[in-house]
Design a protein around this ligand. Structure first.
Ligand code: SF4
Length: 336
């Protein structure tokens, strides 16, 4: 039986079609969470504006595509709330209110602020008010729903700590000591399964080394054939090492443990060649992706349903958000 232990909020930016790296890094965890918790998953289109403000039309096209990828991967709108951030305007109001009480120093010391600004320097001017303040928007997204937990990877912990600090500050300034308004959401640390790209670098569409969730199997097969394997295994008769092979992490995620054990043995004893190993991987990929493609095609054949899922999720999210924002206005004496 499902037990609703925590209220969880998490989002993704609509920046293009999702690939296997997104699936195993984030979505696979969401699929588990929706079975046990009350989950709100949102398309973070306003967040995408922090870096795409000069060309926002791209974002619009990616919104339905992201929801399509989510539902095709197995997110079930009956088990979780799927919504679009910009359709619940309370996110913007809370962002403004929290901006008034968040010290600039807290934002400037946020480690990802400098990292991302440096990474994209030369490509985008990120010396903007919105980019500096995006952790406040992120905080608003979470505490607007009074989330009790947030699924995060180790590297996102500083952001969550900032959210907790802002929530604490609001409670300190505006609530009686024994009646805090916002819970301080705790980190639900997730084991991120990192899947390398086909060439061994980080999987990314821009590197051309990814397999997207909606890609036809006929296009995936030639990609698998050219995948990087153990570089030291020069001949078929040489023993290989699955632990340094770029392909084996894919098997670990999509092939049965029994077959993985056989592959490991075959590889290290040179009784299994890389060509056959790749054929086995293609079988695993087919098994994994077929149901995803089935759900995807059903949705593509009924686009109204996709919009209906989003509209219903927006309503459900708005119902919670509007009640909470009314209480927040009251706490701030802004309930005119
Ligand atoms: S047999 Fe498989 S695991 Fe071993 S090196 Fe070749 S592709 Fe990698």
């Amino acid at each position: 039986m499902t037990t609703q232990n925590e209220r969880i909020v998490s989002g993704m930016r609509p920046t293009g079609p999702l690939h296997l790296g997104h699936h195993f890094g984030v979505l696979a965890n969401w699929l588990k969470l929706q079975e046990q918790h009350e989950c709100f998953f949102f398309v973070a289109d306003w967040h995408a504006l922090t870096t795409e403000y000069a060309d926002p039309k791209r974002i619009k096209g990616f919104v339905p595509g992201l929801v399509l990828d989510w539902v095709a991967a197995g997110l079930d709108p009956k088990k979780c709330v799927i919504f679009q951030q910009s359709q619940v305007k309370e996110h913007a109001e809370l962002h403004l209110l929290l901006s008034m009480m968040t010290p600039v120093g807290w934002l400037e010391r946020c480690p990802t602020y400098k990292e991302v600004a440096q990474e994209l320097s030369g490509q985008k001017d990120l010396a903007t008010y919105g980019f500096l303040g995006y952790p406040v928007l992120m905080c608003s997204d979470i505490i607007l729903y009074k989330a009790s937990a947030v699924p995060v990877g180790q590297d996102q912990l500083p952001h969550l700590e900032l959210t907790r600090e802002i929530a604490r500050r609001f409670n300190f300034l505006h609530c009686p000591e024994n009646a805090p308004f916002f819970p301080e959401p705790k980190a639900m640390l997730t084991e991120e399964a990192k899947l390398p790209g086909l060439d061994g670098r980080k999987m990314s569409k821009s590197y051309g080394n990814s397999i997207s969730l909606g890609e036809p199997l006929s296009e995936i097969a030639p990609k698998v054939k050219t995948m990087l394997t153990d570089k030291n295994r020069l001949r078929r008769a040489d023993p290989g090492d699955p632990d340094v092979c770029n392909l084996f992490p894919y098997h670990k995620l999509m092939t049965s443990p029994e077959l993985c054990a056989e592959i490991r043995e075959g590889c290290t004893k040179a009784s299994l060649g890389c060509v056959d190993c790749k054929k086995l991987l293609m079988e695993s990929l087919t098994r994994f992706l077929e149901p995803v493609h089935e759900r995807r095609n059903a949705l593509l054949g009924d686009p109204e349903r996709l919009w209906a899922i989003l509209a219903e999720g927006n309503d459900r999210a708005r119902a919670v958000a509007s009640k909470n924002i009314a209480d927040i206005r009251q706490a701030l004496n802004l309930d005119f």
